[in-house]
Write a protein that binds this ligand. Sequence first.
Ligand code: SAH
Ligand code: SF4
Length: 359
Amino acid sequence: MPHVLDSSLAELEAQLVAWGEPRFRAKQIARWTLRHGARSFDEMTDLPAALRVRLADTFTIGALPELAARQADDGATTKVLLDLGAGAAVEAVRMDYDPDNDGAPDRTTVCVSTQVGCAMGCTFCATGQQGFTRNLTPGEIVEQVLAFSRERRVTNVVFMGMGEPLANYGPTLRAIRWLVDADGLDMRQRGITVSTVGLLHGIRRLADEGLQIGLTISLHAPDDELRRRLIPTSVGTTIDQLVAGAREYIAKQGRRVTFAYALLEGVNDEPAQARALARRIRGIQAHVNLIPYNPTAGAGLRRPSLGRVRAFQRELQFAGVNATVRIERGVEIAAACGQLRTDVQRLGADVIPLERVER
Ligand code: SAH
Ligand code: SF4
């Protein structure tokens, strides 16, 4: 049975009208599911009893079972592994930011997965090395947010967990619509960020959605040859094409684009490479987010020292390109996103060090 949020609001309305119900029932169901985090149709007390039964016969609803949970940063970071059935599981992470340190987070960001595994095969990524199992449905994507928003308000959602969001375009967009819809979670569009390995067609499509969501393009190299070594599936797309795609996105959405760059010691972290990168992206409204490589089993790659990371950042800044480093404590979060499953399998440590995303 499909999850009730696998349908769009319009589809849900059509279904209810087909059942002889008033159209507004769809919005009632959406509010119960998203705002109140209902786990069953029975909780929807202002719906007729017969309709609740019919809904339960047609759709699934309710939390995905939690297989494991880990905390770090004194509870400010929580990672959960959620069961999708049939041996499949995905990770989602919550990060709280409390700049005033008064115990009340100003911002709560949830990092979600869009696929079980990933087909893009990036050599440095734990998810990429697991291969691709399947796409998530819109309901499975939104349930990752609900796993946390049932407890507290989520202000930001980043699509930086397992999988390539633009390779699962329709369900990802449908999930985003539920997050920002006034009858859904009613989040600010600017609070949503999609990170892509650089699927040009998807970037162009996203630019035309009329959504003010943030876009991060994972670049990782200043030249096409090295980029193809790190992202073997990127052979038909050049960095120049991606920069043009970013320009188009900025022009249409009025939003700055971020280029993600995973730093690998001796591979892509030389000062000359920072200068080459700057030459390619200078002058567009973009900034670079440097992610020191988070070692994954068997990849044979190394994380550069903080000194090298800062040197790379400085070169970019000297060259007029705004750059931040995605580290604060321990290991960066996005890569760690692909690693809980591995750790659970290995019965690893109780606490996975997680980092807060500097945005
Ligand atoms: N598939 C999308 C989004 C998920 S990956 C993408 O590739 O952008 C989220 C981010 O984590 C990407 O920028 C990715 O390059 C980065 N990442 C993956 N594995 C990493 C690792 N081991 N160390 C550092 N960054 C990593
Ligand atoms: Fe997939 Fe992103 Fe990992 Fe590459 S970095 S394998 S695109 S999840």
